[in-house]
Design a protein around this ligand. Structure first.
Ligand SMILES: [Zn+2]
Length: 283
């Protein structure tokens, strides 16, 4: 099934990491900086994530004994310190997700480097350590950003889509592990409706949206692969959708054959098998 299969620890058949990008109101502030303060509907839709949905998600993880990964823009971390504290208290990982959801394509490289490092400082200050993983806003990763991640010793990125399983990315600066997302396991297409940023998709029923993620899980599990939903608390953390996700996670756990772990652990496992990984060279 896979070109370069990976064997998982503890004899598990497949690996899984549920990732939540806590963008909150950084989305509207990045998209409409000139008047975001006036757009209370968009701000409130974002604020629902860290304040209402994340506590619900953490409660489920505690009940099921899971530690997982959250990606946060540093501006969001500063605005919602209690959310950061609650995530860390339960032992979850927080990855780098830009300063305030700015698209690396839209800034000069020098400005992007400043914002990236400013965000790193917030991570170190608030979490006591440098993040090991990065996901670019809207997956908008650039070759310069890959080099920057490598220069800062990042273990993994999670923005590129060249394989099903974790793979190695090599650039002139060195290498890192890529933990590939794809649109079939992202909750924007089924659940987002965001007029202020011109994202107008028909919203699917909770069971329909999550069924797509379930089919992705089933195929990956059967083949011994890696399942990584890319979710957003303000979308999938709502009661009906999260109830469907809980049922899916419970079903995955009931097999006893899925290695659920934070991204950092799975990337570390992949890095230990680097000679067996598929390698993609950029620049
Ligand atoms: Zn994001």
């Amino acid at each position: 099934m896979f070109l370069n299969p990976i064997t998982w620890p503890k004899g598990k058949q497949s690996a899984a990491s549920i990732t939540f990008d806590i963008d909150a109101d950084s989305l509207i502030r990045a998209a409409r900086p000139e008047d975001a303060e006036l757009r209370l509907q968009a701000i409130s839709m974002g604020r629902y994530g860290p304040t209402v949905a994340v506590p619900r998600i953490l409660q489920t993880y505690r009940r099921l004994g899971l530690t997982q990964t959250f990606f946060m823009p540093a501006w969001v971390m500063e605005q919602y310190p209690a959310t950061v504290e609650a995530i860390l208290k339960d032992g979850h990982e927080i990855g780098h997700h830009s300063w305030c959801h700015e698209d690396p394509m839209e800034h000069s490289d020098a400005h992007e480097a400043d914002l990236f490092e400013r965000a790193l400082e917030v991570h170190v200050h608030m979490t006591g350590r440098a993040p090991r993983g990065y996901r670019a806003p809207v997956y908008s990763l650039t070759p310069k950003m890959v080099d920057r991640l490598i220069a800062h010793g990042f273990l993994y990125d999670s923005s590129m889509m060249a394989d099903d399983l974790p793979y190695l990315v090599e650039s002139a600066a060195g290498s890192l592990i890529e933990m590939p997302p794809h649109w079939g396991t992202d909750d924007w297409p089924p659940f987002a409706h965001f007029a202020e940023i011109d994202y107008l998709m028909p919203v699917r029923a909770p069971s329909d949206g999550v069924r797509a993620f379930a089919e992705e899980f089933d195929a990956m599990h059967e083949a011994g692969g890696f399942w990584m939903p890319v979710l957003h608390p303000f979308l999938t953390g709502r009661p009906a959708r999260w109830r469907e996700m809980e049922k899916l996670i419970e079903r995955a756990l009931s097999t006893g054959q899925v290695w659920f772990a934070p991204m950092e652990e799975i990337a570390t496992h992949a890095a230990a098998m680097r000679d067996h990984l598929r390698c993609e060279k950029i620049n």
